[in-house]
Design a protein around this ligand. Structure first.
Ligand code: HEM
Length: 281
């Protein structure tokens, strides 16, 4: 099976990378019962996976209505905050951004597939604050992303994907430390099974009535093994891994995974060369 998304074939540096997609393609679906995965997390780690600020309910209700329209069936919140009710019906995490005191801020979110952050840590933060840990974001992207939030046309759906490599097949990973602590125990010979390509497929769209923006995050995980099934796919990944921009590598801690990924690439015939990986014969 080929991975659904292969963003490494396009980019090995931070990028805005937002592109319009058809409205019908907004949510990818495909998970029979997202609530079955999300409810236990909400019960066990409520602050980690859910947060809302005062005044966000009107935009939450609009987001719920938009999700219901996309699903083609009504959502009954049964007393839950509307964004949470919507998030229980879709695989994606849902993040509501609203303009508060001149800045776009995260006013409510359901976050059950976090890549090393938590709802508690980010609720209320502005675009600038959210991206504080991303090296170069303020200089390279912030003004452009803020303009994008201002100008977002109702009906336009934007999509972007990012990627990294992790040693966990779990979607719920709020903390990096316990995951990274396991890296030294991995035998390089097992890298193809122990390491995963982690892709976030994100979308952004305007909620026309309240003026809020709805940001969605869907995590896709594939074992590194999936690369070995196709030589062009493997070569594209090897190029991205070995050519990744320094700040991008650093942010994603690629150095921790280098020996394992290189062992995998070598085992699959992608020997290293300063001119890039060997082309398939
Ligand atoms: C739509 C425009 C946006 C762009 C272009 C963007 C871009 C980025 C980039 C380049 C990264 C580094 C990781 C990667 O993607 O490779 C990142 C990380 C992140 N973004 Fe965004 N982002 C956007 C919107 C948002 C929104 C609306 C949220 C609100 C939830 C958000 C929350 C985060 C968080 C929490 C991180 C991880 C920061 C950390 O390491 O602590 N982003 N973003």
């Amino acid at each position: 099976m080929s991975p659904r998304h292969a963003p490494w074939a396009e980019n090995a540096d931070f990028a805005v990378g937002l592109r319009p997609i058809p409205e019908a393609a907004w949510l990818e679906g495909g998970e029979a019962d997202p609530a079955a995965r999300k409810d236990p997390l909400l019960a066990g780690r409520p602050q980690t996976v859910w947060g809302e600020t005062e005044g966000s309910r009107p935009a939450q209700a609009e987001a719920m209505a938009m999700a219901a329209a996309a699903l083609g069936r009504a959502i009954d919140p049964q007393g839950r905050p509307p964004l949470l009710a919507a998030a229980r019906r879709v695989p994606d995490d849902l993040c509501l951004m609203e303009k508060r005191d001149g800045a776009w801020r995260l006013t409510a979110l359901s976050l059950c597939a976090p890549t090393f952050f938590s709802a508690e840590a980010v609720l209320g933060l502005s675009l600038a604050e959210l991206h504080g840990p991303v090296d170069g974001f303020a200089e390279r992207f912030l003004a452009r992303v803020e303009r994008l939030f201002e100008g977002l046309r109702p009906g336009l759906v934007l999509e972007r994907r990012n990627w990294t490599v992790v040693n966990s097949g779990e979607t719920f990973t709020p903390d990096a430390a316990p995951v990274r602590a396991q890296i030294p125990a991995i035998d390089p010979a097992d890298a193809s099974q122990a390491l995963f390509l982690r892709v976030e497929r994100q979308t952004l769209r305007r909620l026309p009535e309240t003026g809020a923006a709805l940001f969605t995050i869907r995590v896709w995980l594939d074992r590194l093994q999936v690369l070995a099934e196709d030589s062009a796919r493997l070569a594209a990944f090897a190029r991205a891994w070995r050519g990744a921009a320094p700040a991008f590598r650093n942010y994603k801690r690629f150095a921790l995974y280098d020996p394992l990924v290189e062992a995998f690439l070598r085992a699959e015939g992608e020997s290293y060369s300063v001119n890039g990986p060997r082309s398939p014969s």
